[in-house]
Design a protein around this ligand. Sequence first.
Ligand code: SF4
Ligand code: SF4
Length: 282
Amino acid sequence: MKQITVISGKGGTGKTTIAAMFYALSNSVIADCDVDAPNLHILLKPKIIEELDFFGMKKAVITDSCTQCGLCYELCRFGAVISDDEYSIDVSRCEGCAFCYNACPEKAIEMIENKSGKLFVSKTKYGYFVHAMLNPGEENSGKLVSEVKMKAKEIAEKEGVEYLIVDGAPGIGCPVIASLGGADTALIIAEPSMSGLNDMARVIRLCEHFKIKTFAVINKYNLNERMATEVEYYCKNNSIDILGKIPYDENIVKQISNIEFPFKGNAADKIAEIWNRLKEVV
Ligand code: SF4
Ligand code: SF4
């Protein structure tokens, strides 16, 4: 089983559209690792078969042994200790650093596991699908991405599918690094714009750092053919093969808004060609 991670330096490049089409065209399991803003479930209309709680970082809780000395209030640099009638913790501000826990002279603070999201295992007409949702304001999405990917990998191995397709988190931060973990191949979806080129350059460096075989695709290339040529030039100079260029296609935009999946038309045909090329090189 091969893991293919589809990434882009930022959101809005068409990464999810392309990953979803690869899933529909193959014997695979797909994981939506964009846990801060997941949207693959909207396209795939999954039937949830398992729901698991996600516990992020531990957070402080003040217990009954508190003598109201106020030390934790003075020490917490995140302003998470509130002073009303009694001291208490604002969980949404607590960064889980445990400074108060270690400092409290009465040992009146406990660090408690905090439920900060959900992980879902679903079935779609194309196979298994794993995604997650962080609660509003919660962080630690890198850890949740790793859990989503681990679960998807476990199912992919059990089901004996050929591919694990990972719709990676956008950007270059911790969630993207977690999305790339264990990948056999990374596919970068680039846009033909100056910011698209810069974003792509950053993710290429990330993939180089982790020594992952990397390819690129230029999406909506005909919106700016001069910049598309710049992107191609950059890829050539950095030994990244471009597996294809997808045209901007009004049809696909309409199909996304009407949630008509799998997509059809010029762009969808091009994505199918790219998938066939990717299978050869993964
Ligand atoms: S440091 Fe401990 S005893 Fe003092 S206010 Fe905080 S929880 Fe209470
Ligand atoms: S764990 Fe850290 S952030 Fe949370 S209340 Fe204690 S000192 Fe503040």
